[in-house]
Design a binder for this molecule. Sequence first.
Ligand code: GLP
Length: 241
Amino acid sequence: MEIRVYDTKEQCGKAAAAIIAAQLLRKPASVLGLATGSTPIPCYQELVRLYEEGVLDFSKAVSYNLDEYVGLPADHVCSYHHFMRVNLFDHVNIRLDATHVPSGTAGDIHEEGAAYDAAIAAAGGIDIQVLGIGRNGHIGFNEPADSFTKGCHLVQLTDSTIDANTRFFNSRDEVPKQAITMGIGSIMAAKTVLLMATGADKAWAINATVNGELTPAVPASVLQTHHDVILILDKAAASLL
Ligand code: GLP
């Protein structure tokens, strides 16, 4: 694993954006794996800035997001579909029909998951996968478990994740209890993984990811076996390394 540590979350965002920018410049038709959460927002802001300055062109890019809450329609303000439009897609020239987020309202979530994995494979696989990390070491919505799950699937969210994500909703009761997420196998199939973490509440998860046992109890620890991972951290998230 390559580990880069910065003073501020803004620097982390610029560093992550520089890696994605290099990917897009080398391969304009890149398949981007994208993440939600507050952590990648500075990265998306920097990508928008580079687009506005005429440095980046997203017109040939394709994107696949990690996850979505079950039960939230795409136009719900707390949905990850909405998050991606507000934070990135509406501000760059990516074609909206080239952006993909798993559907949280599909009649059959298992079928939706299988179709999502098939679509990623048909697109040639993910070139670079952006990840945040949960306080418990979850990636996407792959929660701590007894085994790693390969493909895109339905998950029950843990109390810790529901607590952490309550800040985006009016109340804890409004946070969906289930989600659809790319599996660990789908994430591991990405050619490059770019994991961002900022803040002291991520320090335990980052240390467990880098130095801990490889275990599905800390889903991100699987990244120890990926051949091309870069961690972009601020000092607080790196404080236990
Ligand atoms: C959610 C998302 C994850 C994200 C995590 C951390 O659970 N499904 O993809 O990494 O939140 O979010 P934040 O960056 O806001 O701490």
